[in-house]
Design a protein around this ligand. Sequence first.
Ligand code: A3P
Length: 307
Amino acid sequence: MAKQSWFFYNRLYFSDAFYNKQLFESQAIDEWDIRPDDIVVVTYPKSGTYWMLKAVSSLKTDLNLILPQTERSVRIDMLYEDDTHLSGSYAERVKAVKKFFHEMPSPRLLYFHLPPQFLPRKWIEGEKKCKVICVSRNPKDVCVSEYLFQKTLGEHGMDFTWDEWVIAFMEGKVRFGSWLENVVGWNRYGLKDNVLHVRFEDMKKDLRSVLATVADFLDCPKTKEELDNVTERCTFTSMRKGQEFYQKYSPFGDGNSSCSEKRHLRKGQVGDWKNHFTVAQNELFDAEITQRAEQHGLKFVYDTSNE
Ligand code: A3P
């Protein structure tokens, strides 16, 4: 994908390759089909979205994860995308989400990549409040993971060198906008709003206890054996071996190709950023992103070697 131009809307940059401002302005988001029994996994991309979708759908097996018309999971922020600018199977998926989202049977498992100001207020604050699981990950690993993911998309990916990408990520001029705006926005909500926060690095450190917390939050208690079983199915090795989860449900899954392994389950590590950032990039990133996140009370784990 060639370099793009951007517009600013509701505190975020959007690329005109996917969005147009009029479409945002004309959206009656309070009319979106929202249901109190929806469960929404909220992430900035590359923070463990599919890991959590896999976990939730393994813990609570009565959920509907796919839109029957597309056989793919539903990323709600697709409702904002401009399918007239898009092409191929991705455009078809966006069209189908817009057309059939309200027909999807309950209880639904959905996901969302934007900050909270892009969801209907009553979904997280009002009487229709549903359960939200917000997964976050340290921004340096997110930055690396998304860069390498974009590279696997070939002509559909964003055309940046690594040096350009780090700057664009810090400025929020990337596919889903500012990481900081996203995590700071979601951090305003907590358990009183039905929002559970989970960190990628905690899932890496002790997946079983994170899954126990998620099961509690979803009111679906598990026996010790059941929890052991779900934990085993959600390890990096099992998910890589299985792979069918990505191939079936991801926007880029094609049902059989091994490229979904490279795309989605690349390394699954904490601290891989050290293999990519230069010393100068790291210092700049700390000043622009890490320290600003800390000023908002957000602490992330960047390295597990000392734990
Ligand atoms: P890497 O690119 O660093 O490997 P998302 O689903 O939000 O796009 O996130 C993708 C990232 O989560 C990838 O990171 C992927 O490897 C990691 N991931 C997915 N499932 C995982 C698992 N079971 N264990 C560890 N990491 C996992």
